[in-house]
Ligand binder design. Structure first.
Ligand code: ATP
Ligand code: MG
Length: 760
């Protein structure tokens, strides 16, 4: 089949147009669920298939690592189905991971060492506090968090300390400049970058080294950006630089889904695209394939109340479906109970699997009662966000050992673990080492060694520091000589970290051990996926970039709980949005704000939340809710009132007579199961995601048979599982393993030497 026919199969005319249009600036502007992401994936496959650019000559940027991985898998699958093999690694990235890839190759030009560490927000805060102490700035008068936010804002605008100084007048701004400047010096000394630096340094690199920029401009013949409405200024600048030469830039987005202005996203980037590129072609996608007509119409009715938007249409040919369920409850407990009960009843009736259900809320704190009620009914759930796995103490401790082993200049890591587990090096000693190192303009690692050699401390303390340094020396050499998976165990063992936890019999210690086991699983999985490329540095890089949506256990069958912000781009057959009340959603900050744009952004969030649902949508609110220990009585959200009543099925449990059964459960009787969906409805819900890549566990299946060379995208046949596409390989020679995705979307992994695979 012709490549173009293949990649545009089942696409509607504007989708086809967007996939076919390769050259020049292209803006795809479309509402939720209209296939924007799908078009990008197929467009990229088209460029590769047509040979318009090499597979690694296309840059595709998206918002989360999860989205990036999914896109990459789909592209390999589409290409594989066309019989096209791809050997190169694709550049499907988030902005941050793209920048890491660039900086890893060129950061020495900016006078950093190649193995830099990436600081997360808590590392960054420690660093800022350290700087403030040195500058004698009082944390009580000027909270460190304020500086953190201001520095981050400056970087998102691409402002250096000098640039900020020029644009600022007030006292606090002057202080920010001072802290920012000293912070930069410290970060450089620690050979470390924060998240904003990843973007900012890449931008600096491109500006300061035109030949490097030119190389990337020439390399990336085509650039595509998904979720363009949520790019911030520095991301915008980077894209502009890269696309300048050839102008083959395709951006995709929906201004109605711009929900990250609080993180510096600038909706103007998408609204002004046609100004930046007057010759731009604009494609509008207007058909929603995701949701039932009632859901599409209700969401459209809500977003119409915003003024800051481009006029666009969204329709669907999907059936009307159920009405939107609006539910009133007395308080947040009843609300959570209602959600849990509804899921339980539907599951008992055979509606979908737990994976098909998602509950969204405005703030993280709302998850606790939901978790309680789900646990009570033994419903498996997965919390996305909240205290993130990689922010847990034990995980950060162990990763700090690993980081320090490859970047001895990382003072924040050193301070974190020099006395972990307790080895008698107290705070005064650590402070002294820090002071001493600063005087000598050394890293703390060098400073500590110097202090030992010069016997600055008494014999006891000197001995303790020396043992720590010996330990780190040993880990440094192990880091280079052992495989990642083995190195992890060496760290757990040699630092005596695990032993210390095992001695501690508290339940917390037990939970920490379990988390370390989970990290072991993560490392093993990473090593499996990356094969030979699974280095310590690449692992730490990946860990530093893990975002909220990329939790470890994607495959687990469970209900998903997450904030509305995180739900962007995802889809679920059944969606509950809870707490749809004034002063919570829209937030109190927005309702009280004088700037009407704040409520508009909340409304976009409502639009995002509602349009995640394929089949059924619940909006719940309570008459009373406890917030910070206080009872609050808020009216139902204006967003509910903006939905025409004809799309709504309303029920109140708050006023109806209540029957309390002997278990004290007071909501079950009021619940009516009127979900009346048929099997074919359910199948429809699943089928709308036709080309969804279904990630599954990779069972190790070793068959037998002869070995040969395999590469990504190759079509193969297995005697038992049929025809499939190779989408990952690892190892080499006798150890060569391939992951194959079969036509039913299951993934199996084989050791080639033993598998009875043949090329087709
Ligand atoms: P969002 O605005 O939420 O990011 P989107 O515009 O990126 O949504 P996609 O996620 O690409 O939309 O597509 C939504 C759903 O519709 C997916 O399940 C996708 O597979 C399906 N879809 C898109 N286009 C078509 C089509 N032409 N035929 C059938 N299904 C389609
Ligand atoms: Mg999308």
């Amino acid at each position: 089949m012709d490549i173009l026919d293949f990649v545009t199969k089942n696409m509607n005319p504007p989708q086809k147009d967007a996939i076919e249009t390769l050259n020049g600036p292209l803006l795809i502007l479309a509402g939720a669920g209209s296939g924007k992401t799908r078009v990008l994936t197929h467009r990229m496959a088209n460029i590769i298939g047509q040979g318009a650019a090499a597979p690694d000559g296309i840059l595709c940027v998206t918002f989360t690592n999860k989205a990036a991985k999914e896109m990459e898998h789909r592209i390999y699958k589409i290409l594989g189905d066309m019989g096209i093999m791809v050997r190169e690694q694709l550049w499907v990235n988030t902005f941050h991971s793209f920048c890491v890839r660039v900086l890893r190759s060129h950061i020495t030009l900016l006078d950093y060492k190649q193995f830099f560490t990436i600081y997360d927000s808590s590392d960054q805060l420690s660093q800022i506090k350290k700087v403030m102490t040195a500058l004698g700035i009082n944390d009580k008068m000027y909270p460190a968090k304020n500086f953190q936010a201001r520095i981050s804002n400056a970087k998102m605008l691409g402002l250096t300390p000098e640039g900020l100084e020029r644009s600022s007048k007030r006292l606090m701004d002057q202080k920010t400049v001072e802290v920012y400047r000293a912070y930069e010096v410290e970060m450089k000394r620690a050979n470390s970058l924060d998240f904003d630096d990843l973007l900012m340094k890449t931008y600096d690199l491109f500006r300061m080294y035109p030949d490097v920029l030119k190389m990337y401009q020439e390399k990336f013949q085509y650039i595509m950006v998904d979720e363009y409405q949520d790019t911030n200024h520095i991301q915008y600048l980077i894209v502009q630089l890269l696309a300048k030469a050839h102008r083959n830039l395709c951006v995709v987005g929906d201004e109605d889904q711009s929900i990250y202005s609080w993180r510096g996203a600038d909706i103007k980037n998408i609204l002004d695209f046609e100004k930046d590129f007057p010759e731009a072609k604009v494609v509008k996608l207007e058909e929603n394939y995701r949701s039932s007509a009632n859901i599409v119409n209700a969401a459209t009715a809500v977003i119409k109340n915003n003024s800051q938007r481009k006029d666009k249409t969204l329709f669907t040919s999907n059936p009307e479906g159920d009405l939107i369920n609006v539910r009133e409850e007395r308080n947040e407990y009843d609300e959570a109970k209602f959600v849990a009960k509804t899921i339980q009843t539907m599951m008992n009736e055979g509606e979908g699997s737990y994976n098909d259900y998602a509950v969204f809320y405005r703030t993280n704190a709302q998850s606790r009662v939901l978790e309680e009620q789900l646990r009570t009914l033994a419903i498996p759930y997965r919390l996305v966000g909240g205290v993130r796995f990689y922010e847990r103490m034990e995980i950060k401790d162990i990763l700090s050992f690993m980081k320090l082993a490859i970047n001895p200049a990382d003072d924040i890591a050193l301070k974190r673990i020099i006395n972990v587990p307790a080895r008698g090096i107290g705070k005064t000693t650590i402070d002294k080492i820090e002071e001493f190192s600063a005087q000598k303009n050394m890293t703390m690692y060098e400073g500590a060694r110097n202090a030992v050699e010069q016997k600055i401390f008494n014999a006891g303390t000197t001995g303790k520091i020396r043992r720590f340094l010996d330990l780190m020396d040993e880990l440094q050499s192990s880091a280079t000589s052992f495989k990642l998976t083995d190195f992890y165990h060496i760290v757990l063992d040699r630092t005596e970290y695990l032993a210390a936890l095992k001695k501690d019999e508290s339940p917390e210690a037990q939970a920490r051990i379990e988390n370390l086991e989970e990290l072991d699983n993560a490392i093993a999985q990473f090593a499996k996926e990356r094969g030979e490329e699974a280095s310590l540095i690449s692992f730490l890089e990946e860990m530093a970039l893990v975002s909220d949506v990329d939790s470890l256990d994607q495959e687990q069958n469970s209900v998903t709980l997450m904030t509305l912000h995180i739900s962007k781009g995802l889809e679920y057959p059944y969606v509950f949005v809870v707490g749809v009340e004034e002063n919570l959603f829209p937030s109190g900050r927005a309702t009280e704000s004088e700037n009407p744009e704040d409520v508009e952004e909340e409304r976009r969030l409502a639009y995002v939340g509602m349009t995640r649902a394929r089949q059924k949508l619940w909006l719940t609110y309570t008459k009373m809710r406890r917030v910070w220990g206080q009872e609050q009585f808020n009216p139902p959200s204006r967003f509910i009132k903006e939905i025409p009543p004809s799309f709504i099925s309303f029920k109140s449990a708050a006023e109806a007579p209540r029957f309390v059964n002997r278990y004290g459960d007071s909501s079950g009787d009021l619940y009516e199961s009127k979900w009346g969906s048929t099997n074919s409805d359910r199948n429809k819900a699943r089928n709308t995601g036709g080309d969804d890549f279904d990630t599954q566990d990779f069972p190790d299946y070793d068959g037998d048979g002869g070995g040969m060379n395999y590469s990504k995208g190759m079509r193969v046949r297995h005697p038992t599982f049929g025809v499939g596409t190779v989408y990952a390989t690892e190892g080499a020679g006798d150890n060569l393993k391939v992951s194959v995705m079969f036509t039913d979307n299951t993934v199996k992994k084989f050791v080639v030497k033993y598998a009875r695979l043949e090329r087709v």
